[in-house]
Structures are given as C-alpha cells and as structure tokens.
Ligand binder design. Structure first.
Ligand code: ADP
Ligand code: MG
Length: 245
C-alpha cells in the first residue's frame, strides 16, 4: 500500500531521511518512534506529497507520489493526515469543519455530506458538539473533530503525527481510543507517537528511526523486549522513563 524505495530527503543540505526502504501493507498499523528531529514528521509528509523527496520513489496504492506530474489532490484525499495541532477552521462550526472538504473537493452534495458527518461525529463521540466552534472545545475534542474531518474524505490511509502530544492524559486517552477504533475497522495507519504503551497495544509493527535512518523494525515484542541495537535500547530507556513520570 505504501512503498519507499531508496528515499532520501534533505532540507538545504541537512540530510533528514537517508535511503529509506520500507513497505507498509494494507490494513497494517505502523508506529514510528524515535528521538525529536530524527525525521518522523518528514517521513509522514513525504507519503502524502506535503514535502518533495530528493531521491528515490514513494508509491501509495501503486501511484508514484514522487512523480513530477502526480495529482497531489488525489493523493491527499486518499491519505488523511492529522497533526499535533488540530488546525481546525476557527470560524466554522464542528459540522462545517467536517463537511467543508467533502463538499468543495469531493463535490459531495451538502445533505449527503451532513449525514456522513453525523456518522463520523458519532464515531468520535461528539454528536452533541456539532454546532460548537473550535474555541468551545477541549483539546481532545478538537483533535477528535480533526480526525472526523480527515475521515470525511474517505481516505484509504491515515497518518497521525504525534496526535496526543498537546493533550493532557485524559484527553490523550480519548484520542487514542478513537484511533484504536479505526485500527479495529481495518484502516491502514502510520502513527508517529511517543505513547509507547499505545504503540505496543495497537501497532502491528514498530519502526525506530534515528537520524534519518531505520535502525530497526519489527513487532512490538521484538522492538521493546529484545531490541538489537544499542541506539534503540538507549532511546527506549529514556522514552519509558518519561512515560512513567
Ligand atoms: P521529527 O518529526 O522526528 O522531530 P522532523 O521530520 O520534523 O523530525 O525534522 C527532521 C529535521 O529536519 C530536523 O532537524 C528539523 O529541524 C529539520 N526540518 C524539518 N522541516 C524543515 C524545513 N521545512 N526546513 C528546514 N529544516 C527542516
Ligand atoms: Mg515531528
């Protein structure tokens, strides 16, 4: 479903991704972990063409995302992305936030779009908030609206970039539960997260990135209980210490 072939990315001479090769299958849930600045966000952004690569190819569902003539709008409607900061439109209600792109981009009729939005807002537990504005929501609620808004485009793949980093523990749990529901429904997902327990529980595979390279990857049991590399061990030691605080 997603294939990286010898992908390198640099920003003004700073090599951020170094010859990445990886394949993510349909319905797989992959957690990306690694220290700050190692290239996790860049990895995600390359998948839906938000940043161009310097070398190599990325295929999403057989479409070459890195091709010069790629239809990026099509890729972005197939690949949803949710960031740490929810980026809801502040002047639109929850309902309007969720229905805007399907109506404008997918050309779905307003009524149909509203019905779909109701289903999605029910799924994320926010049916009672449809007429609220973003500033009237908690961080956890806003993030769940952002997830519903992404799902409204009916993506085949969802990318999450530290979706809970800006949230307190209770709101974090609400958002993680929402992501877990999607996992159960068979959505293909790539989740950048610092929530190691969540990664262990939900991900089929963990990829550990360090300085733009995949140091190791495998099941949660393999990576967390039997890491092969010293770099992974050191990272996990500090990551788990943080989680216990
Ligand atoms: P992570 O998400 O793992 O923290 P990022 O992918 O955001 O890492 O960033 C990797 C490196 O690339 C960092 O050193 C960061 O400062 C740099 N970087 C990210 N985006 C840009 C950009 N648009 N221009 C220049 N440097 C960038
Ligand atoms: Mg990041």
């Amino acid at each position: 479903m997603i294939t990286f072939e010898n992908v390198s990315k640099s920003y003004k001479g700073l090599n951020v991704l170094k010859n990445i090769n990886v394949t993510i299958d349909k319905e797989e849930i992959v957690a990306i972990i690694g220290p700050s600045g190692c290239g996790k966000s860049t990895f995600l952004k390359c998948i839906n063409g938000l940043v161009p690569v310097n070398k190599g190819k990325i295929f999403v569902d057989q479409i070459d995302v890195t091709a010069k003539d790629v239809d990026l709008n099509k890729i972005r409607s197939e690949v949803g992305i949710v960031f740490q900061q929810f980026n809801l439109f502040p002047h639109l209600t929850v309902m309007e936030n969720v229905t805007l792109a399907p109506i404008k981009v997918r050309k779905i009729k307003e009524n149909e779009s509203k019905i779909q939005a109701l289903h999605l807002l029910e799924k994320v537990g926010l049916l009672d908030k449809i007429d609220k504005y973003p500033e009237q929501l908690s961080g956890g609620q806003a993030q769940r609206v952002a997830i519903a808004r992404s799902l409204a485009m009916q993506p085949k793949i969802m990318l999450f970039d530290e979706p809970t980093s800006a949230l307190d523990p209770q709101m974090t749990q609400e958002v993680l539960d929402t992501i877990k529901t999607l996992a159960k429904e068979g959505m293909t997902m790539v989740v950048v997260t610092h929530e190691m327990n969540f990664a262990r529980e939900v991900a089929n595979r963990i990829i550990f990135l360090d300085r733009g390279q995949i140091i190791e990857e495998g099941s949660a049991d393999k990576i967390f209980d039997n890491p092969q590399s010293n770099i992974t061990r050191e990272f996990l030691k500090s990551a788990f210490k943080k989680e216990l605080v």
